[in-house]
Design a protein around this ligand. Structure first.
Ligand code: EPU
Length: 340
């Protein structure tokens, strides 16, 4: 195994923060995970398992071993009653995988088109967009358990998925390396277009024609590209904050003052608010600290405008949190992981 030293991490985090890894290993075969655990660098150093780097922020150099999961491959596991179980290796690029499922005539992932990152990262924060969360189509997650040194299969229920959360970010943080994910997809397409502007864009694009999975994917790509910056052009990690969830009574108080506030009642009686709207209302679109800025089209996204430092991003994060807390009494929680 080829462990490299002092590797530049800038190309491996979509925000483009400057950082270097003390040690770096590219892993293209998940079966070799037990071998990784016998490396002297693994035993001696702290270890980061990195996918597409679209949800991490480096607060300086990584003083340890970074293992880049680059294992590729997709295989059909079984087909039953109109459902297809498809397993994808962790290193597959998410959007390429979505397109491959469409090529195979399968649906279920089309609303999640164009999300940056890899298949292996998708269960970690239960990626979601346009009315679909990935937990709805995950059957199980194939992991290497660092505690037992064995491969295990976690069922959907065992992953404890909630909004932008899972066991991988919570009680089992650091325990499992995600090697592959099995999805249950549909042979027959079911349209999910209740969210936001999706139905309107589909109507405009398809007219009277009944839309298919590929139409949904194209419409989602169109909406995302109009609002969200392309990380290859302008560094970012997608939504920087989670949409905050408040009690029904706090939401009612806010709605009395701001009747137009977007709000999404949840099954348990709580209410989810739109962090982007809250930040926008504070007049922060385009606000900049050093090289880091609030995106001018979507206030929920912070961008690397010009060689941002980790310090710039941290200062901007804190400034936004303070403004929103002061104006609305709502606490915003960052979505990406700061690696310190
Ligand atoms: N809004 C504003 N100003 C802004 C941004 C948003 O007024 O600058 C308002 C919008 O008009 C809308 C509401 O806030 O009424 C919600 O905005 P939007 O529909 O754009 O979605 P979001 O809540 O900002 C969430 C996800 C996105 C996902 C979209 C579409 C989170 C944290 N973010 O954003 O996910 O693509 O819905 O489903 O849940 C990501 O996680 O990286 C991500 C991009």
């Amino acid at each position: 195994m080829n462990v490299q030293r002092n590797v530049d991490l800038k190309p491996f985090n979509t925000f483009g923060l400057p950082a270097r890894a003390k040690y770096w290993l590219e892993l293209d075969d998940a079966a070799r995970l037990p071998e990784v655990c016998t490396l002297p660098e693994f035993e001696r150093e702290r270890v980061l398992w990195l996918g597409g780097g679209s949800n991490v922020l480096f607060d300086g150099d990584y003083d340890g071993l970074v293992v880049h999961m680059a294992n590729l491959g997709i295989r059909e596991i079984k087909r039953e009653n109109g459902k297809v179980w498809l397993q994808a290796q962790a290193g597959e690029i998410w959007h390429d995988f979505v397109l491959k499922t469409l090529d195979l005539g399968l649906s279920g992932l089309e609303n999640l088109s164009l999300i940056p990152g890899t298949v292996g990262a998708s269960p970690v924060q239960n990626i979601g967009a346009y009315g679909v969360e990935v937990k709805e189509v995950i059957d199980s997650v194939h992991c290497f358990d660092l505690d037992s040194g064995r491969f295990v299969e976690l069922s959907n229920a065992e992953c404890e998925f909630t909004y932008r959360e899972s066991i991988f970010k919570q009680s089992a943080k650091g325990r499992y390396v995600i090697a592959a994910v099995t999805f249950v997809l549909n042979e027959n397409f079911v349209l999910k277009a209740r969210y936001g502007d999706l139905a309107a864009v589909l109507r405009a694009n398809c007219g009277d024609r009944v839309p298919g999975a590929r139409d949904v994917s194209q419409a989602v790509c169109q909406i995302r590209s109009s609002k969200l910056p392309d990380p290859a052009v302008l560094g970012n990690v997608g939504s920087f904050f989670k949409n905050p969830v408040v009690s029904a009574s706090d939401a009612a108080d806010l709605l009395a003052e701001y009747p137009d506030m977007p709000h999404y009642p949840q099954a348990d009686g709580s209410v989810k608010l739109a962090a982007g709207w809250l930040i926008d209302q504070c007049g922060l679109k385009g606000y900049r600290i050093g090289g880091a800025a609030v995106h001018d089209k979507q206030a929920l996204v912070l961008v690397n405008q010009d060689n941002a430092s980790a310090e710039n991003v941290k200062d901007l994060e804190k400034y936004i949190q303070d403004c929103v807390k002061k104006r609305f009494g709502v606490v915003l929680q960052a979505e990406p992981n700061w690696l310190r």
